[in-house]
Design a protein around this ligand. Structure first.
Ligand SMILES: [Zn+2]
Length: 194
């Protein structure tokens, strides 16, 4: 098994030799990769489903996860703590699901075209309706303040479990020079409470 290169340009193809080897690489080496100051790849790829593919994201999916962490989740974490936290202890932001391989997505009943498949979505744990609404409000404020688009902001509830499904797609940098980046983000805001 080859080692992860020490610079940030990880050659993920080297980690796909076999499912078991890939899974080992995943648990041992990739989990600690820092996507932003408060989030690691391990947090954004963890799953309770055990699959042969080891739930390993592609390089592009890692870039997409990094984009959400750097440009949205860090701001959300900071703003929530500033507005509602107690200074003695920082409140962590818990991601219950980030990247999902086809296999993991199928097992957890995810949508066929889910943004989780490309590393463009995260599920953020919320502790109740008040917490969920406050978090959603901050995400909208970040979008307004930075003039960035997001793809989905879905307030979800199943019984007494609350979370926000939040998705951001990358900007299309293939646009010809001089043009503004095309956004594939739809700013879709929904409630899915059952
Ligand atoms: Zn989700």
């Amino acid at each position: 098994m080859k080692e992860v290169s020490s610079n940030k340009n990880i050659k993920l193809s080297e980690h796909l030799a076999s499912p078991s080897e890939a899974a080992l690489s995943h648990s041992n080496e990739l989990d600690g990769l820092r996507l932003s100051p408060h989030f690691t790849l391990g947090e954004l790829t963890k799953t309770s489903y055990i699959t042969a593919d080891g739930n390993i994201p592609s390089r592009v999916a890692i870039d997409n996860l990094k984009n959400i962490c750097e440009n949205w989740l860090e701001d959300l974490r900071y703003s929530y703590n500033t507005l509602y936290g107690d200074r003695s202890q920082e409140i962590p932001l818990i991601i219950t699901s980030g990247y999902r391989s086809e296999e993991v997505n199928r097992m957890c009943g995810g949508a066929v075209n889910s943004n989780h498949l490309t590393g463009c979505a995260v599920d953020i744990r919320c502790y109740g309706p008040e917490h969920m609404i406050r978090m959603a409000g901050i995400l909208l404020d970040i979008a307004d303040g930075t003039k960035k688009d997001f793809d989905e902001l879905i307030l979800e509830k199943r019984g007494t479990t609350y979370w926000i499904h939040f998705a951001v797609r990358p900007e299309d940098r293939s646009a010809t020079k001089g043009d503004a980046c095309q956004s594939k983000n739809r700013r879709k805001i929904l409630f899915d409470c059952r």
